[in-house]
Design a protein around this ligand. Structure first.
Ligand code: 13P
Length: 248
């Protein structure tokens, strides 16, 4: 169960959150993998506090070059240096607002695997694309681009997140059946591209208006391995409810 804080929380707020989360999340050790994707400014603090707890500290983005004249960017070695073990890549907000292409997303995913960061690669369609019957054309294209860029990575080194854009921050969740349909097809495609072992080892999350009230039916779907949560991850209490639902 992954918290994506997006552009929220000061260092002090992050410390308070982690101090409340860590003792309680210990109850789920070995049963649910928990990750917190924090802004760069509090990532080192989140990683420091998470050390030894099993909670994965992750970034929300990075650039695929390791160093150089790339003003405003942060590299994979820099993330590892502050204790991050994972990064979200190609979130729809980055694709839509910051013009990230499938090619850039694929390069980032490849660099993450090479550097030893767990990539959590987001895919998903807009409302217009869904209404026009083009959900799978969009999503399968995004998945193909990532998988082609991954080189020899095994399935266990990769996490994908299906986040329909129309369900992000809108309160409109994909129905559990829609989530299963898309995620089941993504897993099938992984099997075609990289074989059954890769497909079954890769974890595929659902994201988009997950809340304590809808998590159980989403997690009950056969191919849904977990959730990538924005709004409902900002309060420790509701995030812990989601972690608990992932165990049940
Ligand atoms: P919400 O849970 O706020 O809809 O955000 C989902 C998301 O974008 C997680 O990455």
């Amino acid at each position: 169960m992954a918290a994506n804080w997006k552009m929220h929380k000061t260092v002090r707020e992050a410390q308070d959150y982690m101090a409340a989360l860590l003792p309680r999340v210990a109850d789920f050790a070995g049963e649910v993998d928990v990750a917190v994707f924090a802004p760069f400014t509090c990532l080192s603090e989140v990683a420091r506090m998470a050390e030894g707890s099993g909670v994965i500290a992750g970034a929300q983005n990075f650039f695929y070059e390791d160093s150089g004249a790339f003003t405003g960017e942060v590299s994979a070695p820099m993330l590892l240096d502050v204790g991050a073990r994972a990064s979200i890549i190609g979130h729809s907000e980055r694709r839509e607002l910051f013009c990230e292409t499938d090619e850039a997303v694929a390069r980032k995913a490849r660099r993450a695997v090479e550097a030893g960061l767990l990539p959590v690669v987001c895919v998903g369609e807009t409302k217009e694309e869904r209404d026009a019957g083009r959900m799978w054309e969009k999503v399968s294209g995004q998945v193909r681009a990532v998988v082609e860029g991954l080189g020899e990575a095994s399935g266990g080194q990769v996490v994908l997140a299906y986040e329909p854009i129309w369900a992000i921050g809108t309160g409109e969740t994909a129905s559990p059946e829609d989530a299963q349909d898309a995620i089941g097809r993504i897993r099938e495609l992984l099997g075609e591209l990289r074989g059954g072992e890769f497909a079954s080892e890769a974890r595929i999350l659902y994201g988009g208006s997950i809340k304590p009230g809808n998590i159980s039916e989403i997690m009950a779907q056969k191919d849904v391995d977990g959730g990538l949560v924005g709004g409902a991850s900002l309060e420790v209490g509701s995030f812990l409810e989601l972690v608990g639902a992932a165990r049940d």
